[in-house]
Design a protein around this ligand. Sequence first.
Ligand SMILES: [Zn+2]
Length: 270
Amino acid sequence: MVNITATLSTLITANHILHYHKVLDAMGHVSVRNPANNATFFIALQMAPAIVSGPEDIGEYLVADGSPVNGTVGGYAERYIHSEVLKKFPDVNSVVHSHSEDVLPYTILDADEVQVESTYHMTGFIGDSVPNFDIESVYNASDPRDMLVNTPYLGSELAKLFEVNGTQPTSPLHTVVLQRGHGFVTVGASVEQVVDYAYYATSNARVQTTALLLNGAAGGGGKVKYLTAQERRDCRNMNAWIAFKPWGQWVWEVERSGIYENSLGSPPEG
Ligand SMILES: [Zn+2]
């Protein structure tokens, strides 16, 4: 018997964790596939993450085209990021879209000059490369240039950049995709995992920026040493079994912060 209340409680608390750690500000969102029906997903309605506080704040949408179902009205204009990624990759069950200011500089730099790299052992999931979705390259002539991924077409173009994993075609090759002049998207097998990835993607950006600035202040020379390809793979595996620990602390923090409400109570332990 699938426990939808547990799923929604986890989703509500995930909104709070991502806000508490400044991965999401008033914008951005986190979604989860319906565990009782993989053709739909849940995501907050048109509201800021910190004030999502109960099931009445959550909408249900079709994976096929992002349209609302089961009484849901309206919702985030950018929910097609979520629907198209969930549609393309059956193994993905949760998606985060963030405008983190820590990551944004990497979306507007020339990739020949600076790319996101895995800087320390909690960020091996970043993998060998992080694609950058340039929405300008897929706009139709009459589209407004507001940078929003607000149609199924734009969502599908973004989802393509995750690329199919050659050895496991139901999974993406990449866990993170940047969006030029907008933010990033990360994907996971669960809410707990995607919150972990979103948190550490922003942490990684802060570490990389600091290292690059220190390197520049010291006269440069390209002496920043990132994780090797094998270190990234092995650290990703390590992170998968230890991720319960940060999640447990993040839940503990937001529940004691006194600024968030979750009427469904604590999420079950991951
Ligand atoms: Zn956005």
